[in-house]
Design a protein around this ligand. Sequence first.
Ligand code: COI
Length: 382
Amino acid sequence: MKQNEHVPTELEKCAAEPIRPADELVSRFPVTAHPRPANDEQYQESMKSLAFGKVFTDHMAHMRWTHGQGWHDRSIIPFGNIELSPAAAVLHYGQEVFEGIKAYKHTDGSIWTFRPTFNAARINHSSNRMAMPAIDREDFVASLAAYVRADHRWVPSQEGSSLYLRPFVIATEPFLGVHSAHQFDYYVIGSPAGSYFASGVAGISIWVVKGYHRAGPGGTGSAKAGGNYAASLLPQMEAASRGFDQICFLDTYEERYLEELGGMNTFVVMADGSVRTPELSGVILEGGTRSAICRLLRDRGINVTEEKIAIDEIVTGIEKGTVAELFACGTAAVVTPITRLAGEGFDLSLPVGKVMLDTLKALTDIQTGQATDPYGWMYRLA
Ligand code: COI
């Protein structure tokens, strides 16, 4: 293999397979309109100052899976509380997976999303690991498009904003035995969103955690399952009490190699211009943003390696100047500079670097329609 050549992952291969246009799919999810959608005043108030994940739109997508019937009852329904038996399996054994994907309003009013087939493949990867049923990729994409069409007014258009979409599946069978449930419910909810971090491109601070681990070999680390995030909350709270925005997990055995942050992937930019990111070892989540960034950088001739990255090398590299930048990435975080990296025995500052800023611009220009999309990543929802 030539230097910088990349062998596509299973998710990237699935993402590259063509999918029919949304116009041909949306009728799978018929709409029951909300009888009392947010009025003008509530709507204006909600859209005024966008944070992350606090406000929800008028509708949601839903479908149910039962043993024997498979997925059925596809619909767009009013957003509202869901009825759940206190015995529902998700409440006891955490059988749940979710996704994060965004809808962007372009200047001509059309609404687009980014690589929905990647997320479709990933929710099925996650579901497989959690012993949950797969979703037809056209159902997944249809649910996003039908939902966004019903709630198109909620897709914000100001710079840096989007409608954050949260598809998720929960085990709803009322049963206390430990086995995979016989009933699951799938939903898509959405939240008009600004920056995930209040500091935005000013940079975030990271505490490198020892003593807590997110996932181990053979575990659920590569699945987007709620439990992985629950496991990150205690170290995240401890880091927050020290004044840090996020944590970085190290590998379980040696506590030496970078894995991922509390909810996003990470990149290291070397002073020689090359870029490194932790390899997909089965314990970290394969991010769609991570995959797109690797592609964008490689296509600019930048050497990107996916490998084991030792924290001690990064610390020495920052001290000696061989590490130039660090950044985080994810659907919610987009591309965010890491300007402080600390852990036991070190506390270092980094600049907001050019590679990070160029990457952020290249990615968001494609997502917002300000640059052409040579990769076929964008999919028109409405
Ligand atoms: C996302 O980036 O979409 C995630 O699901 C991560 C979470 C920290 C919001």
